[in-house]
Design a protein around this ligand. Structure first.
Ligand code: FAQ
Length: 312
């Protein structure tokens, strides 16, 4: 078969809902887009541990601390499944990490904001994991088998994370005036950046058309963002939080909550490395990655020794 015939067969398999597996033929552009997206997703999970780790030693109760530690550990696990899924596309983890540390690979804009009080833990769990679930439930239907399967387990864990965050917010909203103000402040800080997590509007998203054609993404950035808004506005009202958007209004015909304009200058500024914590996040990652070199060396030495002993 020539390249054109292979492409026709590949697209027919995708249209029939089949999963593409690592050893199957795939267009180079499909492999590249998947590698970009999955590795960026993996980096996001790992960098996303940092804002929460800030509170691991300061959680208000032992129960809250145990839950937060379990959540942070889950995020590390998500990073590992995703690096493994990306490795099936022919690039190893060390190279992906090098690309991250050199600024050649992105991670989610959301993790460049600071976590200054306990309510920020609530907002991350409720809003950030809530947005991640909406996006990842869609990605569980992705045409690439290893990515879709990694998403199934990740989504189950994100469901627990979202409830953990909502519980923190609900408890603070049932507390005293100072606690209510902290929760509202966290809502004000995280609402807009959470909406930005879904990426630029469809008309400004260079990758959406091709990614949807190949079912890497099965729904667009705007559609997912709207689903998240509809869900979250109701949850906010339920516990007495105000959505920080004076233009927010319900459209009875479309049954959607319509929002005011998103500040895309802020988004691109953060993506380009100028957010409040970009520098801090990367410096921390590099420092502890270097500190962990002995663990990687020991693992390699152990594996080589095992091979040597087995060969004997
Ligand atoms: N941040 O054409 P599109 C989590 C970039 S995990 C930074 O729309 P695409 C769990 C995009 O890469 C959260 N960059 O691109 C957790 C592209 O640049 P490039 C992470 C962004 O790929 C919770 C350019 O803009 N989730 O939260 C962002 O079709 C708590 C044009 O954009 C994922 O990564 C952004 N927000 O759609 C962990 C999900 N948005 O690459 C710890 C997987 C866009 O050409 C604690 N990823 N860009 O240089 C996706 O679903 C997609 O990649 C999108 C973007 C939807 C993010």
């Amino acid at each position: 078969m020539n390249e054109d015939q292979r492409l026709i067969q590949f697209e027919a398999r995708i249209n029939a809902g089949e999963k593409i597996e690592p050893k199957d033929w795939m267009p180079e552009a499909y492999r590249k887009t998947l590698l970009r997206q999955i590795s960026q997703h993996a980096h996001s999970e790992v960098i996303g541990m940092q804002p929460e780790a800030n509170w691991a030693l300061r959680a208000p109760t032992l129960r809250a601390k145990k839950i937060l530690l379990a959540k942070i550990q889950d995020e590390g696990g998500h990073g590992l499944y995703l690096y493994s899924a990306a490795e099936t596309l022919g690039v190893d983890r060390a190279e992906m990490i090098e690309q991250l540390q050199q600024g050649k690979a992105k991670y989610s804009s959301i993790f460049n904001y600071p976590t200054l009080n306990w309510a920020d833990m609530g907002a991350i769990g409720w809003l950030v994991d809530g947005a991640a679930i909406v996006n990842q439930t869609m990605l569980a239907k992705c045409s690439y088998g290893p990515y879709a399967r990694a998403m199934l387990r990740i989504c189950k864990e994100e469901g627990f994370h979202q409830r953990q965050g909502y519980e923190i917010m609900a408890k603070m909203m049932a507390g005293n005036d100072a606690q209510k103000a902290m929760a509202q402040d966290a809502m004000n800080c995280w609402w807009w950046p959470s909406l930005m997590m879904f990426g630029p509007h469809d008309a400004d998203s260079p990758h959406t058309k091709e990614s949807m054609q190949w079912k890497i993404k099965v729904e667009s950035n705007d559609k997912l963002r709207q689903r998240f808004i509809n869900r979250t506005v109701e949850q906010a009202y339920h516990i007495g939080l105000t959505v920080p958007d004076p233009k927010l209004k319900y459209n009875k015909e479309t049954m959607n909550w319509e929002i005011g304009p998103i500040n895309w200058d802020e988004f691109w500024n953060v993506v380009k490395g100028n957010g409040p914590c970009n520098h801090k996040r990367m410096a921390h990652h590099i420092k502890y990655h270097n500190k962990g070199q002995w663990v990687r060396d020991a693992a390699i030495a152990f594996a080589q020794n095992e091979t040597f002993v087995t060969a004997l």
